[in-house]
Design a protein around this ligand. Structure first.
Ligand SMILES: Nc1ncnc2c1ncn2[C@@H]1O[C@H](COP(=O)(O)OP(=O)(O)OP(=O)(O)O)[C@@H](O)[C@H]1O
Ligand SMILES: [Mg+2]
Length: 485
């Protein structure tokens, strides 16, 4: 059960208890008071009627008095008392001398008790109250008795009316009490509910949540303390987030540095290996190649052995290419820095390739601005880079498609874009393809050295080489070379 409901119920129970208790007390007092007033009425009757009946029936009664007239007067007095049901005049021996109304059934009077309570006697008789009051003669001793039957109905009717009024006011007060209790509960618990919802929001991760601090007392003190705590937690969270970001940045930098180191280490290792083995491998390969070419000349063109010799020759050539690439990679220092006219160098390379079988179904489109400045580089290096890039494009397009060469001058450099219509390069490989030995070519189709050698040559010239993808489809390589040494 919520505190609000408990508070409400407690206030209501207290109010109900007080109102009910109060109502019962009031009704009890009122009942007694009504009974007393009935008795007072009866006494008044006895007081008013006493002299009349004593004159008629008492000691030395004036017999001249007409009993019928006396009776008439008595009934006139009795009619003035609305709750008087019947009365009888009883002698000191218990004999009924007079009765009103005539047919009233009066209970027998117990005269032995009439001395008590100033000579009056009450008794409950069915729905009425019986009152016996003595009438004293001249000597002061009781001579006659008035037996009165007073109806309780008017008393009951009044009490019932009173009970209804009381019940109505009780319900009204209860409703008002309920309204007041809910208002009080709301004013006390409202800030607590807001505090609770702020705490829940914080639990769900919204550390900016705050509780209203309005008002005075312990609850607003609690809200202030809660807000101070939330501020503290939020500032710690912010600091933690910042440290986390700094750590992530540092980690990324570290990873990049590690990558560079690994790449440098690999290049150095490749260089050392290449330098060491190139001579040892190049010479035997040269001998094998020469021998195989001689063998081939002596064999019949359609024989099996001729085809095998051709295969050996091809593989030997590939080995030599790899060795040459390794040597290029290992070669220290840049070449000569001379002015190079990119359009004419590109034209030369394209002309050379046009006879190559892999380029027969490839269309070249070149766009070089007329005022393109020359770049400063080693011309052989530029040729080799262009060749590598175009061979890669042809391989990616599987010998069929379009290659566009597009140059534009920037501030202190010329950028040449080589765009093909192949499948493009997966995003995650855009940097990896420049690592030595990274290749997606099948076995025997590539060594994965072309791009690493090319980047090395370009960087030696003070330029940049990077890869991307065309928005439509196809790979894009960008070669940037300086326009001064
Ligand atoms: N134009 C291109 N389109 C799509 N992928 C390319 C393109 N150029 C290069 N690549 C990818 O980059 C990889 C590395 O190229 P790289 O030239 O270094 O080696 P390679 O061509 O496989 O072998 P080789 O040493 O004979 O050149 C290729 O295997 C290929 O997956
Ligand atoms: Mg290649």
């Amino acid at each position: 059960m919520t505190i609000r409901r408990r508070l409400w119920l407690s206030v209501m129970a207290l109010l109900g208890f007080v109102l009910l208790g109060n109502g019962l007390v009031v009704l009890g007092v009122e009942t007694r008071e009504l009974h007393r007033s009935l008795v007072r009425e009866s006494k008044t009757f006895a007081l008013l009627a006493g002299p009349q009946v004593l004159r008629l029936f008492g000691e030395g009664a004036m017999r001249s008095e007409d009993p019928a007239r006396t009776k008439e007067r008595l009934s006139a007095i009795a009619e003035g008392l609305p709750s008087l049901v019947a009365f009888a005049l009883v002698s000191d021996r218990g004999k009924i001398l007079l009765k009103y109304p005539e047919d009233a059934v009066m209970p027998p009077v117990d005269l032995s008790r009439t001395g008590e309570e100033e000579g009056e006697q009450y008794r409950r008789e069915g729905r009425s109250i019986e009152l016996v009051t003595p009438l004293h003669g001249r000597e002061g001793s009781p001579q006659l008795f008035f037996q009165l039957l007073v109806s309780e109905e008017p008393v009951k009717a009044r009490l019932l009316g009173l009970a209804w009024v009381y019940t109505g006011s009780f319900l009204l007060l209860l409703a008002f009490g309920a309204f007041l209790a809910s208002k009080i509960a709301k004013s006390i618990l409202g800030p607590l509910v807001k505090l609770k919802s702020a705490a829940l929001r914080i639990k769900e991760g919204d550390l900016s949540a705050r509780a209203p601090e309005a008002g005075a007392g312990e609850i607003s003190d609690l809200a202030r303390a809660f807000n101070a705590m939330a501020r503290e937690v939020e500032s710690h969270r912010d600091k933690l987030e910042e440290s986390n970001k700094a750590l992530t940045r540092a980690y990324a930098e570290l990873q990049a540095m590690q990558g560079e180191l690994v790449s440098l280490e690999r290049m150095a290792a490749v260089g050392r290996t290449a330098a060491a083995v190139s001579h040892e491998i190049d010479n035997p390969i040269g001998i094998i190649l020469g021998t195989v070419q001689m063998m081939r000349e002596e064999l019949a063109v359609d024989s099996e052995l001729y085809k095998d010799a051709e295969l050996i020759e091809e593989e030997c050539k590939r080995c030599r290419r790899i060795v040459r690439d390794l040597l290029d990679l290992a070669r220290p220092g840049a070449g000569k820095c001379t002015p190079v006219d990119l359009p004419s160098v590109a034209g030369l390379v394209l002309r050379g390739l046009s006879h190559h079988p892999s380029f027969r179904r490839i269309e070249f489109r070149s766009r070089f601005p007329d005022d393109l400045p020359p770049v400063f580089a080693d011309v052989d290096g530029v040729k080799q880079v262009l060749l590598n890039l175009l061979l890669n494009a042809a391989k990616a397009m599987e010998g069929e498609g379009t290659v566009e060469l597009e140059a534009r001058a920037g501030e202190g450099f010329v950028r040449l874009a080589i765009l093909d219509s192949g499948p493009g390069i997966p995003e995650e490989n855009l940097e990896k393809i420049f690592e030595p030995f990274f290749t997606t070519a099948g076995k025997g189709d590539g060594s994965g050295l072309g791009l690493s050698v090319s980047r090395r040559i370009v960087e030696e010239q003070g330029g940049r080489l990077w890869a991307g993808n065309r928005p439509e489809r196809g790979g894009a390589f960008y070669l940037e070379l300086p326009t001064e040494c």
